[in-house]
Design a protein around this ligand. Structure first.
Ligand SMILES: [Zn+2]
Ligand SMILES: [Zn+2]
Length: 151
């Protein structure tokens, strides 16, 4: 999917709403983060006034990751919501902007994918005080007291 945003930059007023589910290819980079019960729901609302172009993003997804201490599956939800300015000048790029190419081409799938990867939690825990796996015998210490001594 690609959208030409030339009109947004050139016309006095412009509005466009995009709503879709991000389809995940088998080798999709976000699948290295977790498993997904369904494809992430994405909404972009692009609006412009006098050449100032903004994009409101809403992304919702549910995932199944792995507790980083005990490796048990953990279910979680991620909600992303932001409003950023769309620009074509790479010199003005910062965390509140979305840079598109000089031909005004906006790639909604790519943008959604980038935002998900950036916002995805780096670690998940099944619970705050997960005791993790025993470094000696490997048992799950939430379920079992193995009595090994930590070295
Ligand atoms: Zn855990
Ligand atoms: Zn042990």
């Amino acid at each position: 999917m690609k959208i030409n945003l030339r009109d947004a930059f050139l016309l006095d007023r412009y509005e466009k709403a995009l709503e879709f589910q991000l389809s995940l290819e088998e080798d999709d980079p976000i699948l290295s983060e977790a498993e997904f019960k369904e494809n992430p729901k994405v909404r972009f609302f692009i609006s412009a006034k006098y050449g100032l172009v903004h994009c409101e993003t809403t992304i919702d997804l549910s995932f199944i990751g792995c507790c980083s201490r005990c490796l048990e599956p953990v279910e979680g939800d991620l909600h992303i919501e932001n409003r950023r300015r769309i620009i074509t000048d790479p010199d003005k790029e910062d965390e509140d902007t979305i840079l598109i190419d000089p031909n005004f081409m906006f790639f909604p799938d790519e943008e959604a994918r980038n935002q998900i990867i950036l916002e995805f939690p780096e670690r998940f825990l099944c619970k705050e005080d997960c005791k993790g796996l025993c470094p000696v015998c490997g048992c799950n210490r939430n379920l079992q007291e193995c009595g090994c001594e930590d070295s």
